[in-house]
Design a protein around this ligand. Structure first.
Ligand code: ADP
Ligand code: MG
Length: 657
């Protein structure tokens, strides 16, 4: 692979290795390694206290002071705006040989008038005389913005034909720049207008291909014959009536939508989107009941064994009066048990089977699978989604997701599916009292923990790291020691983190579930779906280091019944995100806020998976372009005579299904 790049001028083995670190292996990786932002540089007057660019004439030879091993400071005097000033820059000792008296250069940084000192972030050896747009790349040490841009320019000279995924019709319709021209401009822009054009066509190209995929999946799904099922409203209503609680209106609506899908001949491909604790499991249980009434088997998959087990236990209880056979299959089962389950499944002695996602990869055979349900599905990309449907020829699919993303974005990301949303939580659910404390105020939190323990309740404690080299005492292991000292005589304390074996984690979670552990100290491994209703307090250390989605998911581990529950966020800085957490318990509200705050917005960690990883497009900003690309790609599909890229996309999807 590297061979292709070796022919590019100026690209030796050493640089190639550096590029590999940036995931650049092939020519197309290189030319599409776009800058993540651009600096707009133009010479300015010497204004104090703002980041500015000024041109300067050097009047003294520079001297370098070595302060520490990795810290040096270069200083010299210069004339700027007819004024003699001091100039200083850190860690650029290597510039010394280039800075001769009389030379004119550009300084980028801040001017402190009281010290008459200009502290630079950067020095440009060639002075900038007119507005210049400087591409900024994500780098690794050994590469500079300049060297990357140079390599890419050379690469573009070496081979000028680039694959363009925008079909000719739309290139002409929108009068887009050619791919080659746009690529050159992105790496070497000379004015804003052309940069905008280049970005637009590149974003459109990416989103067109993505939208095409989603559109094709959607059309294809619609052409599938589903299974025919008997209407069963009377039985379904009775089942719902006999539940220990009544469904919320949103749950009811979701069940209706699923019922319609299942009864109709169309194949269901539906996403059930609902905040943590909104009660998605019972909706799934009802879907499987409808399926069961027509004599089909169902499978329900969860991301971890412990979650799968919890679903299994809950479903067993729910179905107890109805003679429905529920089974559980795991990797850690005894061989004999396992083969019994597999045999029963094949002979349809089992109606519903619960397990992890490995259920579908293994040699699991069904007599007549009718419905596949997958919990916490936000981890999957488009391709994996289609892969799921392989097992039953016509089976319906329901995905459950607790990632509360705004509906418009859900429609984009999951545009190939129908969506049901549960917005409100079951009645009687109290908000989780959420409060931010500093480390100085920690004794208040510890007292509150003691109170909860006295009432027999359980506590979750979360820290970002297992072990912290900086020894500030807020990693899982150190916290465990301190908590042991404080609470060890009253309750059992355990730790859980990603480095433990799955079997160890499962054992600890099981003990916690059975209330054998009072305080569970962990990293974010407990994030997903687990339901321990006796846990009433969540304490999160260094809370400012987590994204909103993670904080909200973590908090969702408590408040799972009508007891008062609490979430304490420990942080010495009070960030906007923490404020949102104090303000609201509503996942949809929080996700909207996350959008506004931007930050790392890890809700959209979802977008980073597989085929939703865009090089330039950002759905948060480029929604309009996406909507257009979606319309166009749908039209394109109907035109027929597709370009090879799109024929290949179709082949790939057809193959997977
Ligand atoms: P999630 O949507 O996070 O998966 P669950 O399905 O685990 O939530 O539901 C959380 C809890 O709420 C469970 O204990 C469940 O039995 C309960 N629950 C679900 N629906 C209702 C309802 N309509 N009224 C009362 N409790 C409910
Ligand atoms: Mg759940």
């Amino acid at each position: 692979m590297n061979n292709e790049l070796k022919t590019v001028k100026g690209l030796g083995d050493k640089t190639l290795l550096l590029l590999n670190k940036l995931n650049i292996y092939e020519f197309k990786d290189l030319v599409s390694y776009y800058p993540y932002k651009y600096n707009f540089l133009a010479p300015q007057r010497l204004i104090p206290d703002a980041t500015i660019l000024v041109n300067a004439k050097i009047i003294t030879a520079p001297s370098v002071f070595y302060i520490k091993k990795n810290l040096n400071r270069l200083t010299f005097k210069a004339i700027v705006d007819n004024k003699e000033i001091k100039v200083s820059i850190f860690n650029r000792a290597f510039l010394k040989v280039h800075l001769h008296i009389g030379k004119i250069i550009s300084l980028l940084g801040k001017y402190d008038a009281s010290k008459n000192l200009f502290t630079c972030n950067d020095i440009k050896l060639t002075p900038i005389t007119k507005t210049t747009i400087e591409p900024v790349y994500h780098l690794v040490s050994g590469l500079t913005n300049k060297s990357i841009a140079k390599i890419i320019s050379n690469a573009l000279i070496f081979r000028y034909n680039l694959d363009d995924d925008i079909p000719l019709v739309y290139k002409e319709k929108y009068n887009f720049l050619s791919k080659e021209k746009a690529t050159l401009i992105l790496h070497n822009p000379t004015n804003l207008a052309e940069l905008k054009q280049a970005r637009l066509r590149t974003i459109y190209e990416e989103l067109f291909a993505f939208a095409f995929k989603i559109n094709y999946l959607k059309i294809k799904n619609a052409t599938y014959d589903g299974l025919k099922r008997n209407s069963c409203l009377t039985k379904l209503k009775k089942f719902i009536k006999d539940l220990p609680f009544s469904l919320t209106p949103d749950q009811e609506q979701a069940v209706n939508e699923i019922y319609e899908d299942l009864i109709s001949e169309k194949r269901m491909n539906r996403l059930l989107l609902g905040d943590v604790g909104s009660g998605k499991t019972i909706v799934a249980a009802l879907a499987m009941y409808i399926n069961y009434l027509s004599g089909y088997q169902s499978v329900m998959m969860a991301p971890t064994e412990i979650l799968a087990k919890q679903h299994f236990e809950e479903l067993t209880k729910t179905y107890a009066p109805y003679g429905i056979n529920v089974a559980y299959l795991t990797g850690s089962m005894k061989k004999s048990e396992r083969s019994k389950v597999l045999k029963d499944l094949k002979e349809q002695k089992i109606d519903i089977i619960v397990g992890t996602h490995s259920l579908l990869n293994e040699e699991v055979e069904f007599a007549n699978l009718g419905l596949v349900i997958t919990d916490e599905q936000h981890r999957f990309g488009v391709n994996q989604r289609s892969n799921l449907q392989n097992k039953g020829a016509k089976c319906d699919v329901l995905y459950l997701s607790a990632t509360p993303i705004p509906r418009t974005y859900a429609l984009t990301l999951y545009g190939d599916m129908d969506i049901s949303t549960i917005k409100t939580k079951p009645a009687g659910r109290k908000d989780i009292t959420t409060k931010v404390f500093t480390m100085q105020e920690i004794s208040t939190v510890l007292k509150a923990i003691l109170e909860e323990l006295k009432q027999g309740h359980q506590i979750y404690v979360v820290a970002p790291l297992i072990e912290d080299e900086e020894e500030n005492g807020i990693d899982v292991k150190t916290l465990a020691k301190n908590y042991e000292k404080a609470f060890g005589t009253i309750t059992n304390i355990a730790i859980i983190h990603g480095k433990l074996k799955q079997s160890e984690k499962d054992k600890i979670m099981q003990d916690y579930l059975e209330n054998k552990i009072g305080i569970l100290i962990s990293t974010t491994v407990i994030e997903v779906g687990i339901n321990v209703s006796n846990a009433t307090m969540m304490v999160i250390y260094s809370a400012n280091r987590f994204g909103l989605a993670t904080l909200h998911q973590l908090r969702g581990r408590v408040g799972r019944n009508d007891m008062d529950s609490y979430c304490y966020l420990i942080s010495d800085v009070f960030t906007p995100r923490l404020k949102v957490m104090e303000e609201s318990n509503d996942g949809f509200y929080i996700s909207e806020k996350d959008f506004e705050i931007r930050g790392e917005g890890d809700l959209f960690g979802t977008m980073q998976s597989g085929d939703m990883k865009f090089k330039m497009a950002d759905l948060r900003k480029d929604m309009k372009i996406f909507m257009q690309a979606k319309k166009d790609s749908l039209e394109y599909l109907s035109l027929g005579n597709l370009a090879p890229t799109y024929q290949n996309i179709i082949k790939e999807i057809d193959f997977l299904q």
